[in-house]
Write a new protein. Sequence first.
Lengths: 221, 221
Amino acid sequence: MSGKKVNRVRKTTRQPRTDALRNRERLLVAAKAVFSAGGPEASQEAVARRAGVGIGTLYRHFPTREALFEAVYRREVDQLVDLAGQLQSEALPLEALRRWLRSNVEFVATKKGMAAALALAAHGSSELSAYSFERLTNALGMLLARAAAAGEIRSDIGPEDLLRALVGMCVIHDRPGWQAGALRLVDVLVDGLRSRAATARPGSAAPRQRQDTGRADRGSP
Amino acid sequence: MSGKKVNRVRKTTRQPRTDALRNRERLLVAAKAVFSAGGPEASQEAVARRAGVGIGTLYRHFPTREALFEAVYRREVDQLVDLAGQLQSEALPLEALRRWLRSNVEFVATKKGMAAALALAAHGSSELSAYSFERLTNALGMLLARAAAAGEIRSDIGPEDLLRALVGMCVIHDRPGWQAGALRLVDVLVDGLRSRAATARPGSAAPRQRQDTGRADRGSP
DNA sequence: TGCAAAGCGGAGGCATCCTCCGTATATCTC
DNA sequence: GAGATATACGGAGGATGCCTCCGCTTTGCA
């Protein structure tokens, strides 16, 4: 409750120790893996063990369970945002949009446990989900705007709506074949967005369509 | 004490004891209240205390934490299904549809904690969410079919898609004013469903608002 | 090289989950 | 109505997990 540590970066600001940075990184990677596999009820000790650090270290970096969720969550969101930026410059507008949407589906598919963890995290901290919602909205908004500017899609659909639909598609991720259905639905959405007024030019110039796997995942050890 | 209980023979099926039924009912009511207020992390002991029974009784009726979630969940879903049946016979088709959709939003609004609990429950038991999804789909399907038969809405939108959209609207339930927005979106959805010609293809002439709902989902050919 | 500060790791207090079993009560038979 | 017995109740208690605290180690800087 008191002012706690005023983390001013003013005078004696030592550089953060390398082992601290390294351990923090390890913890985030481990947490992602553990929560993805075991859901949000996986123990903190399991995370620390997988990261190869003591439980005390975990709690110094992430004082509460929610703090850890949040950090992992933010990172995932950031990766999706980064992916949007990459696609923005690497792929044709419509294809960039489609790939990004598909990546979202795959994101949920490969991290089933994360979905529940995120629901829990969102329940605890409204600020967190507001943050992520805004960032994702912006990312998607850019993709949409670019595609709309190119005349490839209609321009009267906002990113919020699309994002909500996307979330809804992914929330029910338990039925067999949900992923195929969701991916199909992405295609339907994209097709539905294509403005029939604008003459859709079918990929006239695609000099180097990098075979990027569009995955926002990082290699795991 | 004896090695094995052999009374699995179903020769004499006693009636379930009345106190057992009463306690089970009390537990369900208490669990709903506790989880709604405190989220899925509320303790089992709190549920038992509120129900006025011992912890042992709780665990006899619901052997695991998930079992309790599931029972509460099923009951909530059943209530929504019942509501659909009532509205079916009490209200005009279009109004019945609108009211049911709004009830879904309010359901989430009054039970914030439940949303996270349900996400957790769904994560644990895929069978559970399949059950609820199917029941809700059927309920919504009846309302849709009735409204479509009355010629009040278009007939090419399936209940699954609508349900997914509804879920998506409710998942992000933390931002201030989300409920008002969701309720507005329900109206938009209903308005969008109204068949102005039963085969209305929106998008060519009418500029309309940005919130277009004319998604032609339903990919099943 | 020397020295604090920053960081590390795990023992341990506290809370919660779930099991086990002695006691109490409802149902059934006569 | 009374006895017999299956059924249910309730809480003590072991196991597990969350988080704190503190002595020891490592690192950055002079």
